[in-house]
Ligand binder design. Structure first.
Ligand SMILES: [Zn+2]
Length: 244
């Protein structure tokens, strides 16, 4: 049985070697490699692949960069309340649902970059998981519904508050939606967004990534003066944090 497994492993390794690109010049032999001075072992043991290293306890450095209208794509157009020069892209570390470190991008108001880095460093530190974080022009027509359905965490999008004709704080880069599928928008009639969020309209559920009053993830924002849409009476917007 062991021999059969070994044979399979050797076969797999051989295939991998065949598929691998040209490795270039041979590297220094690793300590595990047999050398001429050592007799060939009669058998070799398989060494289990080590588990991935735990992510570092603190987030790595964020990178702040300016943005142009071209960078902002369909999230921005002439007539928006802020020109692109007032916005910044913040690239930062977050934890995925597997606990591993990922890199994401948020576009925010130029005055809020330090603030946003501090909030997300805290979310990272406490291990709050985020599914994905990419800017909304990655979705056709910068459609917020598509971004929300994708459970995408995002900030800037030059759009109004639905049904009001007023600019949303998102249009100023002063609002962030976090794991929006798990933390939907619910109006006073009980209608919700995004359309695939039905299971999470039930806020008695508790799952990683959901936001509830008093959670450390909510406090990471509200302790710094952000307003949480989950504290509103109506509508309830569990994904939404804003800093006027
Ligand atoms: Zn929002």
């Amino acid at each position: 049985m062991v021999i059969a497994r070994l044979a399979a492993l050797v076969a797999v390794t051989a295939v991998l070697v065949q598929c691998a690109p040209d490795p270039g010049p041979p590297a220094t032999p690793s300590p595990a490699s047999p050398t001429a001075a050592e007799p060939a072992p009669e058998t070799f043991r398989t060494v289990p692949r080590p588990p991935p290293l735990p992510p570092p306890p603190t987030a790595g450095p964020a990178v702040i960069s300016s943005v142009t209208a071209a960078d902002l794509g369909s999230t921005w157009q002439p007539g928006c309340p802020l020109p692109p020069e007032r916005l910044r892209q913040v690239e930062l570390d977050y934890r995925g649902f597997d606990g591993q470190t990922r890199r994401g991008q948020l576009v925010v108001h130029e005055d809020l970059t330090d603030e946003v880095v501090a909030v997300f460093a805290e979310l990272y530190r406490i291990g709050y998981p985020i599914e994905r974080m990419r800017t909304v022009e990655n979705y056709p027509d910068a459609d917020d519904e598509l971004s929300m359905r994708d459970n995408n965490t995002s900030a800037f999008n030059c759009r109004d508050i639905p049904g009001t004709g007023q600019w949303s704080y998102h249009a100023y880069g002063r609002a962030i939606d976090v794991n929006p599928r798990l933390n939907p928008f619910v109006d006073r009639r009980g209608d919700y967004q995004p359309a695939n969020a039905a299971p999470w309209v039930d806020r008695t559920r508790t799952e990683p990534g959901m936001l509830h009053d008093g959670d450390a993830a909510v406090l990471a924002f509200t302790d710094r003066g952000w307003t949480w849409g989950g504290h509103w009476r109506t509508p309830l917007d569990y994904q939404h944090f804003e800093l006027p």
